[in-house]
Design a protein around this ligand. Structure first.
Ligand code: ADP
Length: 295
């Protein structure tokens, strides 16, 4: 159930959004997330989506999620739920947003999704990174701005999570040496590209299909990065149609050899998963390291 400490601010927000006096008529749990509690709230003949968690566990998580969703929404490239309110009591934090009523994918769902992601990636910036740090899943993600992708990928993406895994004895000094060796090669491995606005955590659990049959992105970890990061992540756990990739490629050509860099990009989400869920992700990390370093 929604914690008592946030009921009042949520009711106030719902009153302001709807312009209608009411009370929460129903609150149906929504499953599927791995971090927060979530429900569909009914208020004055309309539904809203609410997530909440302890205020101290993941400081500012929902503020960063709101900023990220708004960054994506501002591009008008793909449907993003409208964020209505974030708030915190002494004990709990919440985010209240538009409820996406699930629908059946249209016949052009994947083609549209590929095109819209390409449109999103055309939004660029002078530097890689973002104006603020945020979260990837439940782990803090650093976004300090850097003017080249290789530096950003090494210092903001791989290094912090390699260090965390070493500190937690999930990776060893042998892995550390292999990563050190990989870092020196990374400037030569990626083609130069402009920073692209990324969803940042693009796996199949982070898109929905709405009532018009169109894709909707949720739960991002937004930053300006190399666009192959989103494409690679979409391949990590599967669930994206081949039409998605051909459509993307038609609207924004991928650089030659991108398929070969999928594993390299996915070292990042694999390190995140290694730190979150443990050593079952080690095999893939070791396999990828072996592709690039001999020791
Ligand atoms: P978490 O932050 O815990 O990972 P998610 O943001 O992934 O949670 O949301 C949990 C689930 O809620 C998703 O898998 C999705 O099915 C559903 N969901 C997320 N956002 C919305 C929304 N705006 N409208 C309807 N359902 C949503």
């Amino acid at each position: 159930m929604i914690p008592l400490s946030i009921i009042k601010p949520i009711e106030t927000a719902l009153y302001e959004i709807s312009g209608k006096e009411d009370r929460i008529l129903s609150c149906v749990n929504v499953v599927g997330g791995s971090i927060n509690s979530a429900c569909r709230i009914e208020w004055a003949d309309a539904f809203y989506f609410l997530k909440w968690n302890s205020a101290s566990k993941f400081p500012k998580m929902f503020e960063y999620e709101a900023i990220g969703l708004n960054q994506l929404k501002e591009t008008q490239s793909i449907t993003i739920p409208k964020v209505y309110k974030t708030g915190t009591s002494q004990t709990d934090a919440f985010i209240l947003m538009e409820y996406i009523e699930p629908g059946k994918p249209s016949n052009t769902f994947w083609e549209q999704f590929g095109k819209q992601l390409a449109d999103l990636h055309r939004n660029t910036n002078d530097l890689f990174g973002n104006s603020h740090d945020n979260y990837i899943g439940s782990l803090p993600q650093q976004n300090s701005k850097t003017d080249n992708w290789a530096d950003f990928f090494v210092s903001m993406r791989l290094m912090p999570f390699v260090k965390k895994a070493i500190d937690n004895h999930i990776l060893t000094t042998v892995h550390l040496r292999q990563f050190d060796s990989l870092y020196t090669k990374i400037p030569l491995l990626f083609p130069t590209e402009k920073p692209a606005l990324l969803h940042g955590d693009l796996w199949s659990g982070n898109f929905l299909c709405n009532q018009t049959g169109a894709p909707v992105l949720i739960d991002p970890a937004v930053y300006y990065g190399h666009r192959e990061m989103d494409i690679a992540m979409s391949k990590l756990f599967g669930g994206f149609s081949e039409t998605f990739y051909s459509s993307y490629n038609q609207y924004f050509s991928m650089e030659k050899g991108w398929e070969k860099r999928v594993d390299l990009c996915n070292l990042y989400p694999l390190l995140v998963h290694l730190n979150l869920f443990g050593s079952s992700y080690l095999y893939d990390i070791e396999r990828i390291l072996k592709e690039y370093v001999s020791c």
